[in-house]
Design a protein around this ligand. Structure first.
Ligand code: MN
Ligand code: MN
Length: 305
């Protein structure tokens, strides 16, 4: 059972996340800068009194996850693209994680309908005692019923205070897992699908825009040590964007070149780790939907509706 105060934080984070998610939809248009969208989302979250649980992800077409603009990103939303926006808010460490897919070509509307339906059916089934793998089979069946293929190697995840991915996962396909969902647990459920002709699998690209603190390294040079301490203090173990380190508001008082060196050092020593951009292996278009739920006595409370 979660305490009342904790649930209040989850609900506040969820409300902010859903408001921002519903508004950003209207911003996603051909030729709009991805950096502008990321900044807009992140500023809106802060304006509404939330904190950033992770950088705004904006993934185009076959890119499924972990793309967020770098500080000088000049990429724009391509014509007829399928755009996933995934955003995270926390209030006192209690996280809301939610995502939508926006289609600029109506040809792909069916994918969005199917992914939303898969998420809806999964949420309907959540209650204490149900196997996580059962949720996965519901997601797979729903996606396949509409003629698409689930992405097998991406999954929903449990969340705890200041920890985005932890504990149990919720697969997007049928598995043999035995773990069960319990009352008071919090999950992000996030089905992904691609076209039936796709492989249904994501693979890491050689680009990374999102990082998180991993462990304290004791023998870093002075700048790197300072950066490590700042990262630890500022982001806890939550994911952050390298772009944030260059924002004056973040108080990382480094000149650009020193920052680059310090950053390479903390990365090389594994004081921080990165999340490489993930794309569908056969280059097929991907759609995603995501909500955060708190498991209650008889079902679940969706905080990001
Ligand atoms: Mn997400
Ligand atoms: Mn998630």
């Amino acid at each position: 059972m979660l305490q009342k105060e904790v649930i209040k934080c989850y609900i506040k984070a969820g409300r902010i996340a859903s408001e921002v998610r519903d508004k950003v939809k209207t911003l996603v248009k051909e030729d709009v800068s991805l950096l502008e969208i990321c900044n807009w989302v992140e500023n809106k979250i802060k304006d509404k009194g939330g904190k950033l649980a992770f950088p705004c992800n904006i993934c185009i077409n076959d890119v499924a996850a972990h793309y967020s603009s770098s500080i000088n990103d000049d990429t724009v939303v391509p014509r007829d693209s399928v755009v996933k926006i995934d955003l995270g808010v926390h209030v006192d460490g209690y996280i809301a994680d939610t995502a939508i897919t926006v289609c600029l070509n109506h040809q792909y509307d069916g994918m969005v309908y199917a992914i939303n339906e898969a998420l809806k059916q999964a949420i309907k089934a959540v209650k204490p005692g149900i196997k996580n793998s059962h949720i996965g089979s519901i997601i797979q069946k729903t996606i396949e019923r509409y003629g698409f293929k689930p992405i097998w190697n991406l999954s929903g995840h449990q969340m705890t205070r200041y920890v985005l991915h932890t504990g149990k996962s919720i697969p997007n396909i049928s598995t043999f897992g035995l773990s069960k969902i319990r009352e008071g647990e919090v999950f992000a459920i996030e089905p992904f699908l691609t076209l039936r002709a796709g492989v249904g699998e994501v693979t890491g690209l050689k680009r990374t825009h999102i990082y998180r603190f991993h462990k304290t390294h004791r023998n870093l040079n002075k700048d790197a040590d300072k950066l490590q301490e700042l990262i630890k203090k500022r982001f806890n173990s939550l994911p952050f964007s390298k772009r944030w380190l260059n924002e004056p508001s973040e108080h990382f008082s480094f000149a650009d070149e020193r920052m680059e060196k310090a950053f390479s050092e903390v990365l090389a020593k594994k004081s921080i780790t990165g999340y490489p951009v993930l794309a569908e292996r056969s280059g097929k278009i991907v759609a995603q939907a995501e909500h955060t739920v708190i498991v209650t006595k008889n079902g679940c409370l969706v905080t990001t509706l």
